[in-house]
Design a protein around this ligand. Structure first.
Ligand code: NDP
Length: 338
């Protein structure tokens, strides 16, 4: 069983050398009497939180850090090889929390979901039909209270979460602008995902001016994935009674000291609502979310862009890539093709 281990807590930008590959021989069996499920891992999801959990930084109310020397973990899609749990049978396709390894013995089967619909790509259960999809759905519908005709800004808009938020906002009839870190992503946001406008934040000298250019009348809703300077500029451009769904702060994760936000008083001046949320508090909405999202995908109302690489060995580079803008859509690694 090949697996990727965290060497030590990561400090600063992640490097491929922060992880190392080991091989161990294991018996492909569920221990007698246990309710564990043994899964052959087919796909792994690469997400920013794997970095957060690999640092020593305290995360009160969030998830604990991975211990140095332990196997990396994320959501994965797999095939059940053997099951000690009555809800799962040999041959079932499942998604849930797996290790970054070829075979995972899952001792918490309550975190596994059986895949009922396999007419869509299985990797979608790590993206549009999985945790990032639910994040976009919950963040947009529970926190943004969007109405037709409102203006919406999304940072990191071509990512796993952002690309969906933009499409949900378009389905609601909003005017939608996204930011991303390359011209290629900007073009795809406008030409493939239906955003009204998009810009490359790396090319902009003054983000306040940029937002004023795109939102001359101000922003009603911001779905923020990035924090830092972008959030500061957003605060200056929000309309009265605007809403900010605070999903992530990826520009801050690798810094020793988070940047200060200068324009916080705008929250008061403009009576803004800024709310953070963690998607795992909303897993009870999964059935409702699937009922909504599956038809949207089948009818082509929602499209989803994935960036797929192959082999367990490519996971470290994939994680590093999330922090230098190189993923072109939801990052997924194929571990095995059965
Ligand atoms: P993405 O697929 O968007 O990948 C990360 C992207 O972040 C990169 O592609 C890059 O895109 C952007 N980025 C990286 N470094 C920086 C930087 N210094 N400044 C600005 N942008 C940067 O990831 P996800 O869609 O999976 O996640 C998006 C955000 O949502 C993250 O902050 C994540 O932590 C958060 N999240 C929160 C959840 C919750 O429950 N609250 C659940 C899931 C995700 P670009 O080309 O734009 O630079």
């Amino acid at each position: 069983n090949k697996k990727l281990m965290l060497k030590d807590y990561i400090k600063g930008s992640p490097k491929e050398s922060d992880l190392h590959l080991t091989t161990e021989s294991i018996e492909l069996k569920v221990p007698q009497g246990s309710n564990a499920v043994l899964v052959k891992v087919l796909y792994l999801s690469i997400d920013p939180y794997q970095y957060i959990r690999s640092t020593k930084i305290e995360k009160p109310g969030y998830f604990s850090s991975y211990s140095p020397g332990s196997v990396m973990a994320s959501y994965g899609v797999g095939r059940v090889l053997e099951s000690g749990h009555s809800d799962f049978q040999k041959g079932d396709l499942v998604w849930g929390k797996t290790g970054w390894e070829e075979y995972s013995l899952l001792t918490e089967p309550e975190t596994l979901f059986k895949i009922q619909h396999s007419d869509v790509p299985l990797s979608y259960y790590l993206g549009v039909l999985g945790m990032p999809g639910l994040t976009a759905y919950v963040g947009f519908y529970e926190f943004c209270a969007a109405k037709e005709g409102e203006t919406v800004f999304i940072s990191s808009a071509f990512g796993a979460v952002g690309q969906l938020v933009g499409q949900l906002a378009k389905l609601t009839g909003c005017y939608v602008v996204g930011s991303a870190g390359s011209q290629e992503k900007v073009d795809l946001l406008k030409n493939k995902l239906g955003f009204d406008e998009a810009f490359n934040y790396k090319e902009e000298k003054n983000l306040d001016d940029t937002l004023k250019r795109h939102f001359p009348g101000g922003i009603d809703i911001c779905f923020d994935n990035v924090g830092g300077k972008m959030l500061d500029a957003v605060l200056l451009n929000m309309k009265l009674n605007g809403r900010i769904a605070h999903c992530g702060m990826i520009s801050q994760y690798t810094l020793d000291e988070p940047e200060g936000i200068k324009n916080m008083m705008n929250i008061i001046y403009k009576r803004l609502r800024l709310e953070g949320f963690v998607v795992t508090d909303y897993y009870h909405l999964f059935p409702k979310f699937l009922d909504f999202m599956l038809p949207c995908i089948r009818e082509g109302k929602i499209v989803y862009v994935e960036d797929i690489s192959e082999a367990l060995e490519s996971c470290p580079a994939a994680l590093v890539g999330l922090f230098n803008s190189s993923n072109l859509g939801k990052k997924v690694v194929i571990v095995a093709r059965e």
